[in-house]
Design a protein around this ligand. Sequence first.
Ligand code: G6P
Length: 367
Amino acid sequence: AMIGKGNHRHFMMKEIAEQPAVMGETLNAFFNPKSRTITLPDLPFDWNDLPKMTIVACGTSFYAGMIAKYWFEGIADLNVEVDIASEFRYRQMPLKKGGLALFISQSGETADTLAALKYAKEHGQHIASIVNVEESSMGRESDFVFHTQAGPEIGVASTKAFTCQLVTLACIAIDAGVKRGIIDHEEEARLCAALSEVPARAAEILDSDENIKALAEAIFEARDVLYIGRGTGYPIALEGALKLKEISYIHAEGYAAGELKHGPIALIDELVPVIVVAPSDPYFEKTASNMQEVMARNARVIFLSDADGIKQLGGRALGSIELPKVDPFVAPILYAIPVQILAYHVAVLKGTDVDQPRNLAKSVTVE
Ligand code: G6P
C-alpha cells in the first residue's frame, strides 16, 4: 500500500510523531505490562554461557548499540564490545566460540553490517539481529531475529526505528539480567514499569514542538553545533549531532561531556551553540559542571533536562527543553525525541530536503 504523510509536511515528522504508538507495539511484543515481566521467546543460547557479547551496526543503529552496552553491562553484568560494522568486518577480531553477536539494523540489508554478521558466524558466534523490515538478508542469516514494530520508515534519517531498537534492547537487557541472576524479579518489575511509561511520556514530549521550533530559530544560522552528554546521554549527544548534520548540513559533533576539556572546548565561543543532554541521573552534577564551563566561554546552551534539572540550572541557558522525569534507565529513549525534533526544525528553516538529504541513502547496500 502507498504510505502517505498524513497531515505532516514530511515523512520524518510523521515518523517522529508515530513513536509513542510504535514503541508501544514493540514493547508489547517483548514484555507483559500487567505482570511486569519480560516475555522474550526462548533464545537459542544460554545467557549464562556467554563469554562475551559483541554488538555491531552502522549509523543511528550503532548508537542504539552504544546505549545498549551501558544497559547490558549495568543490569546483566555482561562483557560487551560494540563496534561500527565497517571497522569490525576488517579488524580480524579474535572471537571466542560460543559468544553472542548482535546486529542492529533498520533495513537488515546494510552491506557492512551483513558482512560483519557473516564474519561472526564463521567465527562460531550465536547470531542474533534486531531488524525492522520483515524479510531481510540479516534476518535470514541469523539464529534469532527480534523484529521491531516501527512500521515502514521512509525518511532517510532514522527516527522511529531507533527508538524501537532501544525499547527492544532494553527488554533484552532486562531478560539477560534476570537470567544471569544479576537482577531479581522486583527489579525486573521496576524496570518494566519504567518501560511501560515510555509511550505516554514520549507523547508528552511531542507537545513541546513549538518550544523546540523556537529554539531551532535561535540556532539555525550556526556553522557548528556541539552536543554533550554522559552515560547513555553520550550516545544521545552523538545521535543528536548525526541527525543535525544529516538533514540540515550544519557541522555538528557529539562529545562525551568529560572529554570537552581534551579538545572541543577550544572551539567554544558565542557562535557555537551547545546542546546539553542532562537527565536527572547519577551523572547530572558532572554534566552540569561541563555546562558551566562552556557557558563561561559564552556558549549559547540549549539544556535538555527534567523539571528538577531545569529548576537548578535552566535559568542560565539560552533555552531549555523540559522532559518528563523518568527512571534514568529509560531516559535515553525519551531524550532521543527532542534531538530529532530540533534537527527537523533546523532543516526546515534551512530549506533542505528533509526526507531525502543530499548524498545519503536510506539503506547502504553497497560498500
Ligand atoms: C544509512 C541511513 C541511516 C541508518 C544507517 C544504518 O546511513 O541513512 O539512517 O542509520 O544507514 O542503516 P540500517 O538499515 O542498517 O539501520
